[in-house]
Design a protein around this ligand. Structure first.
Ligand code: ASP
Ligand code: MG
Length: 422
């Protein structure tokens, strides 16, 4: 059994869906479980629809209709006969969604989010499964929101592994036979004990695919992307990028954790735990080998990789009474971070100060400073960059630092992290 994951860009319009069918026709030998994201930018559109209905904005029906129209257009492009059953299936999904949107503000926001935004994946799998059947590719569609059980935290469900594993194994075994070798299911969505839909966090379909791969003991997992593989830097920020042919689970996790947007950071752990190799490949250039992610004992490329996180805040905290920054102070400070949901990207302490580099986009830093201010002096700098370089050399560091001022620096044997001020 293999697992394939197709992201939003790979199913964004009719041609893209045809390309998915081509890939399945030419690449699959044996059984495969296919995980699909919402089409194109549907998830963003659903977030806007939710926001409009939740807050009773004037344009709400217009936004809903636009989203429906874009899906119906793709159907017309894919299915010549408007009498095809997929039209009524997609309309039914939109009716169901509209029903949920009326009165959506009765639910707490995060629960409302999962009820609504999960429809992107339900729509895309419905369309793709029907199209595959139409062109003679036998497949069965599974409802991921009945298979992946989570602890119930909305918008960031944590998988309950044992139940999820037995449900997935049973459902997939029952869906595959001599004729049908392909199962199609949704990324991103799961459920809680009560049966409510829960999502796994933005871009969570990679993680869904890893969950399926783990539960099915897959031979390998392929994530099909619109780039040739994992690059050593984001082409948005760097002129010269290189594709990495092979990286270890460790490197892949570190890169993803510090913001390389290629793979969702949670994806690697389930794969590493069962030694399942991951291939990141291009759905445009299907013959190209892409990047393999796997164990360390294969010649590993030591090409430097760069990850840039913008909009960082450097917060420095000093005990007012000149006491040491010890375990007691630190635990008090961290309790406050947890309370306000701060994400710490880097930290350093000295006898009398503690400095942390934090994401600045959540707006929660002022509340933290306010809470700490009775016992600590807090100073901060905003608008900084956190650059992480794995497999660095001094020359590489000098080039990256250039004219920036280094506010904080940390080195291990593998990686250097620099907080830079323009
Ligand atoms: N559709 C969801 C999102 O865009 C999940 C995913 O694509 O991985 O965040
Ligand atoms: Mg997406």
């Amino acid at each position: 059994m293999e697992v394939y994951k197709f992201g939003g860009a790979s199913v964004k319009n009719a041609d893209a869906v045809r390309n998915v069918a081509d890939i399945l026709n030419t690449q699959v030998h044996g059984s495969v479980c296919v995980i699909i994201s919402a089409m194109g930018k549907t998830t963003n559109a659903l977030e806007a629809v939710l926001d409009a209905f939740y807050h009773h904005r004037d344009n709400r029906d217009g936004l809903f209709k636009d989203l429906m129209a874009s899906h119906i257009q793709i159907l017309h492009d894919l299915f010549p006969k408007a009498s095809h059953t997929v039209f009524s299936k997609v309309r039914t999904l939109f009716e169901e969604l509209y029903g949920k949107l009326s009165g959506i503000d009765q639910f707490p926001y995060d629960q409302a989010y999962d009820r609504v935004v999960s429809y992107g994946e339900r729509l895309s799998t419905c369309v793709v499964s029907a199209y595959l059947s139409e062109v003679g590719i036998y497949n069965n569609e599974l409802d991921a929101s009945k298979l992946l059980l989570t602890d119930g935290r909305f918008r960031e469900g944590k998988i309950v592994w044992e139940t999820t594993e037995s449900r997935i194994r049973e459902a997939v075994a029952n869906s595959i036979d001599e004729q049908v070798q392909i199962v199609i299911t949704q990324g991103f969505i799961a459920c809680n004990e009560a049966g409510d839909t829960v999502t796994l966090g933005r871009e969570g379909s990679d993680y869904s695919a890893a969950v399926f791969a783990y539960c099915l003991d897959a031979e390998r997992i392929t994530i099909w992307k619109d780039v040739p593989g994992v690059l050593n830097a984001d082409p948005k920020y760097f002129h010269h990028t290189e594709k990495l042919d092979y990286i270890s689970y460790l490197d892949a996790t570190e890169l993803a954790y510090y913001g390389a947007s290629i793979i969702h950071p949670k994806t690697i752990k389930p794969l590493q735990n069962k030694h399942i190799p991951l291939n990141v490949r291009s759905f445009v250039d299907v013959e190209a080998p892409g990047t393999w992610v796997g164990l360390d004992n294969v010649p590993n490329s030591k090409i430097p990789s760069y990850i840039v996180k913008n909009n960082q805040i450097l917060l420095s905290i000093y005990p007012k009474d000149f006491s040491f920054v010890d375990e007691h102070n630190l635990s008090e400070i961290f309790e406050c971070f947890v309370k306000y949901g701060l994400k710490v990207n880097m930290m350093q302490n000295s006898a009398l100060s503690f400095s942390v580099c934090l994401d600045g986009d959540k707006g929660n830093v002022p509340a933290v400073i306010e809470t700490l201010s009775s016992r600590y002096d807090c100073r901060y700098n905003g608008n900084l960059k956190l650059v992480t370089i794995r497999h660095y050399t001094q020359e590489v560091i000098d080039r990256i630092v250039g004219d920036f001022q280094v506010m904080l620096e940390q080195r291990s044997r593998q990686a250097v992290q620099l907080v830079l001020k323009p």
